[in-house]
Design a binder for this molecule. Structure first.
Ligand code: 5RP
Length: 226
């Protein structure tokens, strides 16, 4: 099976975790795009979606799935999103699609986080994937130096030779060379650095469940709340 077929398989499997007549939080990325396409088949059985990016909002709207703002809804029953890496406790690196800030906001508003990922995303320790960090541009060079002090090698994410601008009007740094053995402590520390909007470690907003796409089918990993 190709990686995209694995992503499509878990995207469809996530429908079992959508709660009827409730809001569903929708992440961003190629795996989530498969979920959105599948969700269209049950759009009359949900209240609507809360989206984590302009890209997902456009896809949801094109399929006739109503999209509500975070501020217009209370608790969201479940948040479905992909990951760039997921460790054995459900901690993740996210932000490969530059949507990490809104993803963390929607995840925080949701009762459960169900991660959908192909098996290549599973790691023992976070850090092989370059860590995305959304930053306020004027703080970039100081944040680069702070990561260098931790052994990180940081690059500004660019598209067509220009800095990528997120849905929130900010920039993304990608940090290589980190080994994030204590994701909770790491996330708390980097969140304190002035100019950091969001660090792409999702430990405080970890997944409760991961639907992992493998050649043998969907494997369900249950991490619990703790
Ligand atoms: C976007 C994300 C995505 O969930 C992550 O990059 C995985 O993407 P894909 O499903 O395309 O592999 O965090 O900001």
């Amino acid at each position: 099976m190709t990686q995209d077929e694995l992503k499509a398989m878990v995207g469809r499997a996530a429908l079992d975790h959508v709660v009827a007549n409730e809001w569903v939080g929708v992440g961003t990325g190629s795996t989530v795009n498969h979920f959105i396409d599948a969700l269209a088949g049950m759009k009359d059985r949900i209240r609507g979606a809360v989206s984590s990016s302009e890209a997902s909002t456009a896809r949801l709207a094109a399929l006739g799935i109503p999209v509500a703002d975070c501020n217009a809804v209370g608790e969201i029953a479940v948040y479905i999103d992909g990951a760039d890496e997921i460790d054995p406790r459900g901690h993740m690196i996210k932000g490969g699609g530059a949507a990490l800030t809104r993803e963390k906001i929607v995840a925080a508003q949701s009762r459960r986080f169900v991660c959908i990922a192909d098996a290549s995303k599973r790691v023992e320790v976070l850090g092989r994937f370059p860590l995305p960090v959304e930053v306020i541009p004027m703080a970039t060079q100081r944040i680069v130096r702070q990561f260098a002090a931790l052994g990180g090698d940081t690059a500004l994410r660019c598209v067509d030779g220009r800095p990528l601008v997120t849905d929130n009007g900010q920039h993304i740094l990608d940090v290589r060379g980190l080994r994030i053995a204590d994701p909770l402590a790491f996330e708390s520390e980097v969140n304190q650095w002035p100019g950091v909007v969001t660090v792409g470690v999702f430990a405080h907003q970890k997944a409760q469940v991961c639907l992992l796409g493998t050649p043998d089918g969907v494997q369900t990993l249950d991490f619990g709340r703790g």
